[in-house]
Design a protein around this ligand. Structure first.
Ligand SMILES: [Cu+2]
Length: 103
C-alpha cells in the first residue's frame, strides 16, 4: 500500500506501452487520467476504441500504446493507481501506484 512505482510531472504527456505477457486477457485501468489508444500491436485501433478511455482490454500477447496527459496532482499520501479491473486480479496485487508532482 505504501509503494510508489513511479512519478510523473503535472502537465506531462506520456505514451505508455502496455504489454500483456500473461496467459489471459486483462483490463488495464488508470486512475486520475483519461487516455487515447494509439495502437494495438502496432495497428490503428478500430473506430469504437478511438475515444477517451480509462480502461482498455489487452488480450494475451497483445501490446497497446496509450497516450495520456496528467492534469491532476497526486501526492505520495494520496497516489493514483493503475491496475487490472478484474476484481480478483486487483485483489491479488495486479496493481501499482504513481504520483503526479508539480514541476
Ligand atoms: Cu487481470
Amino acid at each position: 500500500m505504501r509503494r510508489i512505482d513511479f512519478s510523473t510531472t503535472l502537465g506531462n504527456t506520456e505514451l505508455w506501452e502496455v504489454v500483456n505477457r500473461a496467459h489471459m486477457a486483462h483490463t488495464f485501468h488508470v486512475h486520475g487520467v483519461s487516455f487515447r489508444i494509439q495502437s494495438r500491436d502496432g495497428r490503428e485501433p478500430p473506430p469504437w476504441e478511438r475515444g477517451w478511455k480509462d480502461v482498455v482490454l489487452i488480450r494475451r500477447g497483445e501490446s497497446v500504446r496509450l497516450a495520456m496527459t496528467f492534469t491532476q496532482p497526486a501526492s505520495e499520501a494520496f497516489p493514483f493507481m493503475y491496475h487490472c479491473h478484474m476484481l480478483e486480479h486487483e485483489d491479488n496485487g495486479m496493481m501499482g501506484q504513481f504520483t503526479v508532482v508539480r514541476s
